[in-house]
Design a protein around this ligand. Structure first.
Ligand SMILES: NC(=O)c1ccc[n+]([C@@H]2O[C@H](COP(=O)([O-])OP(=O)(O)OC[C@H]3O[C@@H](n4cnc5c(N)ncnc54)[C@H](OP(=O)(O)O)[C@@H]3O)[C@@H](O)[C@H]2O)c1
Length: 294
């Protein structure tokens, strides 16, 4: 299968390239330098020349707070880019796999969000990602949108790497304890995408649509930090865990408002044979792989 990947240098992009190692698929991977997904001419040229069997869009504007003052660029990458990819996918009659976020929800729920639940993003990032979802669903006949959350890996910038860095610099840390979500290992998300690609390749994928893919166990940022320090200490990634203080979102104001509760149900994806991310197990792998890099 010929797979066109955008955003190859991001967390998901790099994990997807790892997931493809040892398979027979042909990967055509592009970073933003060679393929700006918001540049129509470039998108048309690349898709027409590669002639892929499937497109995986791992490119996104992910700076949640920066998006509040850079809305134009956030929309260009998160809505215009997916629209251009969707149009080319439709032209070739191939599927587009696109990634979205738990930040399309307002966080007022008390039980895990279903893909069909009402969206109400609280910031520009979430709104731009929702616009991307809508245009992909509108333009594409065959698409999978995976909403994911709290992504970490050995690559790029993420909460796990930030916590490890802080642990080396500080003896005490205050972490928000009233926002709940599902951490997701980008390597698991990459494998889930590969599974979907392969189901399509084998002619088994009929259930196109919108799904949730995230970690199997909800936690708070405070709980996530505690898990990171426990494992990092046991693995020798940090010498000593800092003292953790639980604080409220009010005590840690950010430019973009985050949902209090963005736990998502992954049941509909499990029903088509794709299991959620076992983030606790993946944390070990991510910490070992990033040892020395933090
Ligand atoms: N990270 C999270 O916690 C999180 C949470 C929920 C959902 N998600 C979603 O999960 C997906 C993967 O996220 P990630 O964590 O892998 O993101 P990431 O590490 O920030 O990577 C995003 C990549 O997109 C590229 N990009 C930006 N603008 C581009 C453009 N105009 N054209 C082509 N590429 C462009 C970036 O390249 P440059 O570096 O060259 O700009 C970067 O390599 C995204 O759809 C994101 O919205 C992420």
């Amino acid at each position: 299968m010929r797979i066109l990947l955008t955003g190859k240098n991001g967390q998901l992009g790099r994990c997807f390239q790892d997931a493809l190692k040892g398979t027979n698929h042909e990967l055509f991977a592009y970073g933003s330098d060679a393929l700006d997904i918001a540049d129509e001419k470039r998108v048309v040229d690349v898709v027409q020349s590669v002639k892929p069997d499937i497109i995986v869009n791992a490119a996104a504007y992910t700076a949640v707070d920066q998006a509040e003052v850079d809305s134009e660029n956030a929309y260009l990458v998160n809505a215009t880019g997916p629209e251009l990819l969707a149009k080319q996918a439709t032209k070739l009659n191939i599927p587009l796999i696109h990634i979205s976020t738990d930040y399309v929800f307002d966080g007022a729920a008390v039980e895990p969000y279903l893909p069909s639940d009402k969206t109400n993003p609280q910031g520009v990032y979430g709104s731009s990602k929702l616009a991307g979802e809508r245009v992909v669903a509108e333009v594409c006949e065959k698409f999978i949108i995976l909403r994911t959350a709290w992504v970490f890996s050995e690559y790029g910038n993420n909460f796990v790497k930030t916590m490890v860095r802080f642990a080396k610099e500080r003896s005490e840390l205050s972490i928000v304890a009233d926002q709940y979500g599902c951490p997701t290992y980008a390597g698991d998300l990459a494998k889930a995408i590969l599974e979907i690609c392969e189901q399509h390749d084998q002619g088994k994928m009929q259930a196109w649509g919108l799904y949730h893919y995230c970690g199997d166990t909800p936690t708070s940022w405070h709980g996530f930090a505690r898990a990171i320090f426990t494992k990092a200490e046991a693995l020798g990634v940090i010498e000593k865990r800092p003292q953790l203080k639980a604080i409220s979102s009010d005590q840690y104001p950010t430019p973009a408002k985050r949902p209090e509760y963005s736990v998502m149900s992954t049941k509909s994806l499990s029903a088509i044979g794709v299991s959620p991310s076992d983030w606790s197990a993946a944390l070990n792998k991510s910490l070992i792989n990033s040892k020395g890099l933090v």
